[in-house]
Design a protein around this ligand. Sequence first.
Ligand code: IMP
Length: 472
Amino acid sequence: MSKGYADVVVGMQYGDEGKARIIDKIAQNYDVVARFNGGSNAGHTVKVGDETVALQQVPSGLFYPDKILYVGSGCVINVLKLAAELEKIAAIGIDLKGRLHISSQASVVQPHHLLIDAMIGGTVGTTKNGIGPVYADKALRMWGDRLLNIRLGDLLDNREYYFGMLEKNLSEAVKIYGLEAGEAADLPEKMKQAFEAVAGYVEKDTLFMERMVEKGARVIFEGAQSYMLDVTRGSVPYVTSSSTIAGAAYVGGDLSPQYHRQTMGIGKALMSRVGHGPFVSEFGGAKSEEYCMLAAEDGGPKYGRAVEAQYDLEALIKSEDPFEMAKALRILSGEYGTVTTRPRRVGALDLVQLRHAVRVNGVKGLYLNKCDLLNVFSRTKDGRIPLVTGYELDGEKIDYIPGATGAYGRVKAIIEYFDGFSEDVSEVRVAADLPANLRAVLKRVEEFAGCEIYGVGVGPEREQFVEMKKIG
Ligand code: IMP
């Protein structure tokens, strides 16, 4: 029997590119959907009839009953949240027994990680899931006789001892950092109970993925977060704490790189970013960042979805102030935090950033979501579609993302304008039916970024998708 292969899908920008909908779409070409990084800081929603189920740790591809779902050793597991997710999945009638395998080497998010993230995560604007602290403890390994990196396999191997250790880590952290344990004091016991629902999915065979591929399995690695949030190559320090780039799939995904076939990127035609940090193509620049962050610090609703929904959309679109115009784009594209409803920062498609991401990740094919929204520009004062096609740093042109955060913050965008289109493309399903001006933009994206466009999203629903190239 011939061996299988693996493809990797990664977000090209700052997250929220709509990775899950694409993976759900293409999962039919694969046998295993696997995750290699992150934890409950990721999120995707699945629709079942009228019901929407929010998932964070279970890979996409849930709806294909024959697909194996794998969570690799590079992931971090919140046992309580995972148990709740499994319950929701069972409630919609999906049985994961024998389908879901979670690496025994994946680290456990402990109660003190949540406390520490709540204490210090605000500056970066983390999701407060304890992600930074759990990866930090993984690197620290031990503190005296305390084991800091507790893994699922440890809990399975000796529940009493390792749950005891987890409790000890909590009480020590409370002392060291002068914290109030508060509700976290009950977490060790709750986690112990929740672990019973998770234990059956822990995969003890550390060669599981190798064996699958040796038997012919086709794997799709689903990257969580995105390239710009990579802990090393991304927009440091405003990043997540894991490696999000394609190469990381062969570290945290528990498969050797000999099976890599291709990398696919997912981006969106209108970019967004949550949290602080450089965002070259942001409409309204620093003013927008300040506004969105203020709303975030207020807990969201002040300038959130409900407030912005009241604004006069047409007046915003026509505004000559990009900061105001961006509000219209945010309203139309629904760029608000799913839970917090806080506004995301929005910007034009940055082709310099995209080309950089394509090169770092070795992307062959790109899926570009939100292309339907580009028609909004036909209603603006200018009427044309802006794309960033150059960077200027301190008066000099550069063609890469500077390593220093301060320098990236000083980069000025060089913008190229393309003729707009006013057609509603949300019902289009074949490439030939896309307006010529949109096709011209897509061609420029391919040429500039140096990869092929495999598909474009033309609306939020799964079927609102135009396939440009068949894979598989
Ligand atoms: P953390 O991953 O919770 O530590 O958050 C670090 C940064 O990554 C923050 O700016 C988060 O908003 C961002 N982030 C983490 N996960 C996601 C995601 O799935 N989409 C978009 N941003 C994310």
